[in-house]
Every structure is written in structure tokens, then in C-alpha cells.
Design a protein around this ligand. Structure first.
Ligand code: HEC
Ligand code: HEC
Ligand code: HEC
Ligand code: HEC
Length: 495
């Protein structure tokens, strides 16, 4: 089978949220008679028109709604380094209510993964995600094998406190041990319409490089395990049965051979994979709908599945932006606050085991801003640096109560990841903010021997001014340099 996929982007502005619609067109005649899952452009009117209708007659639904999230990389909320960032687990409650108010008529799934690593800070985030999903009434979630072991061994949460975790390719005794289910079934109902949904998830044994972890889970070969589950449930290989919907969630990329093998299984309607772009993507070959959830929680992927007795069985795919203006859910904000409070109480930032510190080249330590001030006041450098935002970067964190969060502090101070670098305002007051040495490098030797060359780029601008935190930097690089200029000659070595 060859898949030729065209993606057409259309942007339709609505006043509440911009639905960005993707349509996938299959440019090949390999569709089986009767048609495979068809995807269409969304035909719903812009929100202005919807808003003009009298509130007493909301449009009658004609489909069930499936909502997907996943691939969070630990982003419980956007960092706030720049305006209008999308995302936040706390900003979607009202939107979900608007799109799919009736829990009986919707399915909410997270395809994982939730975190980037299994270090302490990620563990705390993981817990927060699980509680937030529960609060949002997610039906079921998929995580990775490593996350499952973390959940069981390090966090030991009460399974009643989080949504059902499914893993369809684990032996039963392991499933009992790790509190996972082989699949999740739910019949969606609206008036006399109903749709039987079956959700499965496969852990990829390839993803677990650590042998001991692999042994703990004893993962089975995914495709045959999936088939066994379908056989046990007597599911007919019929993708065109409008009364049933079968979804498989994976944490492997769309291009992974596993995705392709699953696409050939005729019972599956929707496969959710891990994409690489921030936006959800839809790739629909002649087979199941293959979609991704997008990264960092910036969007929700939505698939509208027509009621089984409807003549038009076209699935509709939308992506919903999570805007910074969307109202926050007070309960989820509290969960995030609790997580921040734990980071502070555990004092992760000063914990040399939780955050192993790197040694410095030649063992030259950081000396602190005030030592630079002593000699670089006369040449006017200090006076130019001190009013800059770099010199007040820590205050920005203090204002939003993130000044003890290592993930933020790392870019807003000097050398947090290094020996002799920033640890706290109390212990290292002279290394708070983006001080001289974060750019010029540890200065203790220069202070002793200022006549010797001291021209290193310790941290390139782009390591902090990256796409996520400083989206304008790349295009406005020269202007950014101009705005911090504290040198007289044209720039020589910094490019
Ligand atoms: C004891 C005085 C003294 C101290 C302390 C000092 N500097 Fe300097 N620095 C100098 C002198 C003198 C020069 C050479 C000035 C020139 O060539 O214009 C210099 C040059 C520099 C240069 C240019 C290097 C080059 O090779 O062109 C940088 C960058 C610099 N200092 C940064 C710092 C930083 C950062 C600190 C604090 C860690 C610091 N200085 C502390 C005296 C000092
Ligand atoms: C260690 C991380 C880091 C590095 C390296 C860094 N910046 Fe920044 N920069 C920041 C932070 C953090 C802020 C925002 C501070 C705030 O507002 O709290 C910022 C803000 C700025 C601003 C806004 C300043 C203002 O006063 O309006 C400019 C311009 C800028 N940086 C330019 C640069 C350039 C050019 C480089 C490289 C030579 C650079 N930065 C390197 C972290 C960094
Ligand atoms: C990768 C480096 C990096 C990390 C990590 C980072 N910041 Fe920033 N932050 C920046 C840069 C760079 C800017 C300046 C962006 C610009 O003006 O282009 C900034 C600016 C800010 C500002 C000032 C915004 C304004 O309106 O002036 C705040 C507040 C802030 N960051 C908060 C945070 C918080 C909270 C976190 C942790 C969740 C965080 N930052 C993590 C690099 C970082
Ligand atoms: C955000 C990064 C950044 C910070 C923070 C920073 N500098 Fe610089 N500094 C630069 C860049 C970039 C240049 C230009 C280097 C070149 O010529 O390529 C420069 C140039 C200089 C020069 C002149 C060197 C020359 O060759 O012309 C001196 C002296 C200096 N810095 C000292 C300081 C001192 C002292 C501080 C703290 C008060 C400081 N800098 C903070 C990035 C930074």
C-alpha cells in the first residue's frame, strides 16, 4: 500500500476560538468499496452566526464527539515568557463544556506521553496531570511503559484518583499488578442514538531500552496482542460498521512501522500517534484515520463521529487552540499551585542529587555581578546593563511565584546547572538575573588578570531565546542585540 497524503490548511476565524481545520485528501483509488473512514472539512458556521441564534435553540447535535490530547512534554501550563502562548491544562474546562457538554455523548482520551524524563520534577508534574485528567473527566488514558513504572514504584497513587490507564499488550498478571486495563469500552448515547466505542492502547517494547524495565512489564508483541483482544471481544474486521468505533492509542510517531502495521487491521477506525509538530495533524490514508494530538497541550484534537443512522458517515476533524484568554479552572489551578508548592518545599533547586551540576572548564568559578561592577562602572558598561530586563529577570519570576522552579530559574539566572552557579537569592544573591557571566562565562580568572583575553560565548542567546520562549528573536536578532548594547566597537566575536 502506498499512502499519498495531501494536507490542506484552512484557517477560519471565529470570535471564540480559531478552529484550524485540516483536510486530508486521499489521492489514490485504493479505497475499499463502501468507503473507508472519510474525513471532511468542517462545515460548521463561524461562531458569529452561531451566536446570533436565540440561545433557546442550540443546534441539534448530529454526531458524537471524541476529544484527544497527548504529547505534553511536561507542559502543565505555558511558561509566560512571551504573550499569548497557547496551552495549559487549566484553561480547557469551559471549552470542553462548550464543544461536548454531555459526558454521555463524548469520549475524552489522552494518548500520552505526559513527561520528558522521570526526574523528581517530572514525577510531580506527572501526578498533577493525572489528577487534572480525573478532574476533567477523561474517560481513559495511555501512558508509556516508563511512566507506568514510575506511577507504580515512585508515586504509588491510589488508582481511584486517576483515570483508567489502558495497556492492551501486557500479560494479565502484570496488568493486575500495575492497575491497567486491556481496553476501555463505552457506549456513547444521545437520545435514541448510540455508538459502541472500544479504546485500546499499545506500549511499544522498542521504546523501553532498559532491560530491567522491559522485564518488569513483559510487553507482548503489539500487533498480535491487539488482534487477540479484538478476537476475544468478537469484533468483526469491519471498519464501515457505523455502530462501532475502535480507537488505538500509541506513543510512537506516525511514521513508525507499528503504525503502518496497525493501519492494515480492518477493524480499527482511528489510530492516534505521537506527532512532532505543535499542531495536531491528520494523515488519512485509505484506511483508518491516523491523527496526532499536537505537542505541549496547545490544542485539543476533535473528531466528530456521525450518529450511526445518519446518511452521511463523514468524520470531521478539528483542532482547537487553547488560548491564554480562556478562563482558568480554579480546581486545576489549585493542583498546579500544589505542584509548585512541592517544588518549593522540596527545595529542588538546591538539591544536588535531583539536579546534578556540571563542572566548569578549567575549574574557574563564577565570581558574581558585583565584582564586574567594580571595574566596569567607569567604562559605562554597568550603567547600560542594569536597566535591562536581563538585570531584572528574577523579579519576573518572583512576580509569578516561579522563582524556586528550576525549569524557569535556569534561564533567568547565572549558571544554575553548574557548580558555583545560582542556587538561591540567599546563598547566591550575586548570581540572580541574567548577569554578566551567563553570557561572558565564569569571571574569577578575568578578575585576577583582566589584561588577558576573555572572549568566550558561555551561553549563546538562542539557548535562552528559543522558539518557545522568545518567538521573535530569530527574525529580530539584530534589534535584540541593539537593545542590550553595552559595547562601543561593532560586535566582533559574538555571532
Ligand atoms: C579588576 C578589574 C576588572 C574586573 C573585576 C572585571 N573586569 Fe572585565 N575587564 C577589565 C579590563 C581592564 C578589561 C580590558 C578593557 C578593555 O580592553 O577595554 C576588561 C575587559 C572585559 C571584557 C572584554 C574582554 C575582551 O577580551 O575584549 C569583558 C567581556 C569583561 N571585561 C567582562 C567582565 C566581567 C563579566 C566581569 C565580572 C565577572 C569583569 N569583566 C570583571 C577589568 C576588570
Ligand atoms: C541565560 C538566558 C539568556 C541568554 C543567554 C540571553 N538572554 Fe536575553 N533575556 C533572557 C530573559 C530571561 C529575558 C527576560 C527577562 C525578563 O523580562 O524577566 C531576556 C530579555 C532580553 C531582551 C529584552 C531586554 C529589554 O530590556 O527589553 C533582549 C533585547 C535580549 N534578552 C537580548 C539578548 C541577546 C542579544 C542575547 C545574546 C547576546 C541574550 N539576550 C542572551 C534570557 C537570556
Ligand atoms: C529557555 C529559557 C527560558 C526558560 C526555561 C524560561 N524562560 Fe522566561 N524568558 C526567557 C526569555 C528569553 C524571555 C524574554 C523573551 C523575549 O522578550 O523575547 C523570558 C521572559 C519571561 C518573562 C517576562 C515576560 C514579559 O512580559 O516581560 C516571564 C514572566 C517569564 N519569562 C517567566 C518564566 C517562567 C514562569 C518560566 C518557567 C515556567 C520561564 N520563564 C522559563 C527565557 C526562558
Ligand atoms: C546577554 C548577554 C550579555 C550579558 C548579560 C552581558 N554581556 Fe557583555 N557583551 C555581550 C555581547 C554580545 C558583547 C559584544 C561582544 C562582541 O564584540 O562580539 C558584549 C561586550 C562586552 C564588553 C566589551 C567587549 C568588547 O569586546 O567590546 C564588555 C566589557 C562587557 N560586555 C562586559 C559586560 C559586563 C560587565 C556585564 C554585566 C554587567 C555584561 N557584559 C553583560 C553580551 C552580554
Amino acid at each position: 500500500m502506498t499512502f499519498t497524503i495531501f494536507l490542506i490548511n484552512r484557517y477560519i476565524l471565529t470570535c471564540i476560538s480559531a478552529f484550524i481545520l485540516l483536510s486530508a485528501v486521499c489521492a489514490m483509488g485504493a479505497q475499499t468499496p463502501g468507503g473507508e473512514a472519510v474525513v471532511s472539512l468542517d462545515a460548521s458556521p463561524p461562531a458569529e452566526t452561531a451566536a446570533q441564534k436565540p440561545p433557546t435553540s442550540p443546534p441539534e447535535p448530529d454526531s458524537f464527539v471524541i476529544l484527544f490530547s497527548g504529547n505534553w512534554e511536561g507542559h502543565l501550563e505555558p511558561c509566560g515568557c512571551t504573550e499569548k502562548q497557547l496551552g495549559g491544562i487549566d484553561r480547557r474546562t469551559e471549552e470542553i463544556k462548550k464543544i461536548a457538554p454531555d459526558p454521555q455523548a463524548r469520549l475524552m482520551l489522552d494518548a500520552g506521553p505526559l513527561i520528558k524524563d522521570t526526574e523528581r520534577q517530572s514525577q510531580l508534574k506527572f501526578e498533577t496531570f493525572l489528577y487534572a485528567f480525573k478532574k476533567l473527566n477523561y474517560d481513559t488514558i495511555n501512558i508509556t511503559g516508563e511512566e507506568l513504572i514510575l506511577l507504580y514504584e515512585k508515586l504509588a497513587l491510589d488508582p481511584a484518583g486517576y483515570s483508567t490507564v489502558i495497556c492492551s499488550n501486557m500479560p494479565e498478571e502484570k496488568r493486575r499488578k500495575y492497575y491497567t486495563q486491556p481496553y476501555f469500552q463505552k457506549t456513547l448515547r444521545y437520545q435514541n442514538h448510540q455508538l459502541d466505542c472500544l479504546v485500546l492502547s499499545l506500549f511499544d517494547p522498542k521504546e523501553i531500552s532498559d532491560k530491567t524495565l522491559a522485564e518488569k512489564l513483559q510487553l507482548q508483541e503489539p500487533v498480535s496482542a491487539l488482534q487477540q483482544n479484538l478476537d476475544a471481544l468478537k469484533i468483526k474486521p469491519d471498519r464501515n460498521n457505523p455502530k462501532q468505533l475502535i480507537i488505538v492509542m500509541l506513543t510512537v510517531p506516525t511514521e513508525d512501522p507499528l503504525t503502518r502495521k496497525l493501519a492494515a487491521i480492518a477493524a480499527i477506525d482511528i489510530i492516534v500517534t505521537k506527532g512532532s509538530s505543535d499542531e495536531p495533524e491528520l494523515c488519512s490514508p485509505a484506511g483508518p484515520l491516523i491523527l496526532t494530538t499536537g505537542r505541549l497541550g496547545k490544542y485539543i484534537s476533535q473528531v466528530d463521529v456521525p450518529f450511526p443512522d445518519s446518511d452521511d458517515q463523514t468524520f470531521k476533524f478539528k483542532m482547537i487552540e487553547i488560548h491564554s484568554e480562556f478562563p482558568q479552572d480554579a480546581e486545576i489551578v489549585r493542583l498546579i499551585d500544589d505542584y509548585q508548592e512541592l517544588i518549593r518545599m522540596e527545595n529542588l533547586i538546591e538539591d544536588e542529587i535531583a539536579i546534578p551540576r556540571l563542572p566548569l572548564d578549567d575549574g574557574i568559578p563564577f565570581a558574581g555581578n558585583s565584582t564586574c561592577q567594580e571595574c566596569h562602572t567607569e567604562d559605562g558598561v554597568w550603567k547600560k546593563w542594569s536597566p535591562l530586563k536581563h538585570a531584572h529577570a528574577m523579579e519576573s519570576l518572583e512576580k509569578v511565584k516561579r522563582d524556586y522552579n528550576p525549569e524557569c530559574v535556569v534561564c533567568h539566572t547565572v549558571g544554575m546547572l553548574y557548580e558555583t552557579g545560582y542556587r538561591s537569592r540567599e546563598r547566591t544573591p550575586d548570581l540572580a538575573n541574567v548577569g554578566c557571566e551567563m553570557c561572558h562565562g565564569p569571571g574569577a580568572y578575568h578578575n585576577e588578570a583582566p589584561e588577558e583575553e576573555y572572549r568566550i560565548i558561555f551561553t549563546p542567546c538562542e539557548s535562552c531565546h528559543d522558539h518557545e520562549n522568545s518567538p521573535r528573536f530569530e527574525a529580530e536578532r539584530d534589534q535584540y542585540f541593539e537593545n542590550i548594547k553595552h559595547w562601543d566597537e561593532p560586535r566582533e566575536y559574538w555571532d
